[in-house]
Ligand binder design. Structure first.
Ligand SMILES: Nc1ncnc2c1ncn2[C@@H]1O[C@H](COP(=O)(O)OP(=O)(O)OP(=O)(O)O)[C@@H](O)[C@H]1O
Ligand SMILES: [Mg+2]
Length: 224
């Protein structure tokens, strides 16, 4: 089964003076449990494509299906439920909330979906144990290293058990050593938990680790 299907997708921005076309006829089919790496020059539309698939931005033309359901015409509340349940997001910056512990940060997305607090706590603990941070549950983000913060952001994306993980330069802020650690962890988690991964990177070593490598060039996708 295909987890993500994008058909003839167009995205333009109106800058006030001109119509800037970023994606012009993007087609993409990603099967379940596949790891796809997306690369391309800065400004080519990688983050834009991820934002469209996660329903954070609207598009001019085309169709996006996730898990067989079209997301084009969802209402705002349907979109936020879709984002919370079906998609796990990881960014270059960790976006951990500074006044919450590591454990609470991992649990936060579970509250959006109304999950039982005890179940969420257990699941968040399990995930932190799985990545070797069982001794850091009660640490605040300021008491964690950069690599630890990003590993926590990675497991936070799994708390609601989404089928799809969208990662936008997840190692972009880390040094070489921490990048490899976060990468290894992400690939291992995606494999162990049976997720579909769409990951954007500028790192050529990471770009080779997927099942597929796709590049955006002049508004269209090319399989590498
Ligand atoms: N809200 C906006 N209004 C106008 N133009 C925008 C807007 N958001 C993005 N753009 C433009 O769309 C293009 C694609 O942006 P996007 O963030 O998708 O690039 P990217 O491929 O992720 O680049 P990078 O590798 O630098 O992160 C850029 O040229 C950007 O300037
Ligand atoms: Mg980007």
């Amino acid at each position: 089964m295909n987890d993500i299907v994008v058909k003839d997708l167009y995205k333009s921005y109106n800058t006030g003076t001109e119509e800037l076309t970023i994606l012009s006829g993007v087609n993409l089919e990603i099967e379940q449990n596949t790891r796809v790496i997306l690369t391309g020059n800065s400004g080519c539309g990688k983050s834009t494509l991820l934002n469209l698939i996660s329903g954070m931005d609207s598009f001019s033309k085309g169709e996006i299906f996730v898990d067989g359901h079209i997301i084009n015409n969802l209402t705002e509340s349907e979109l936020s439920s879709y984002r919370a349940k079906s998609i796990g997001l990881i960014f270059q910056f960790h976006y951990l909330l500074k006044d919450f512990t590591a454990l609470e940060n991992v649990m936060l997305p579970a509250f959006m979906t109304g999950k039982d607090r005890n179940i969420a706590t257990e699941k968040a603990k399990d995930l932190l144990v799985e990545i070797g941070l069982e001794d850091r549950l009660d640490h605040m983000p300021s008491q964690l290293s950069g690599g630890e913060r990003q590993r926590i952001a990675v497991v936070r994306s799994l708390i609601n058990d989404p089928g799809i993980i969208l990662a936008d330069e997840p190692t972009g802020n880390l040094d070489e050593n921490n990048s490899r650690k976060v990468e290894d962890l992400l690939f291992e988690l995606v494999k162990n938990h049976g997720k579909t991964l769409l990951l954007v990177t500028h790192d050529s070593a990471l770009a080779r680790r997927g099942d597929r490598h796709i590049e955006i060039h002049e508004g269209k996708l090319q399989e590498i």
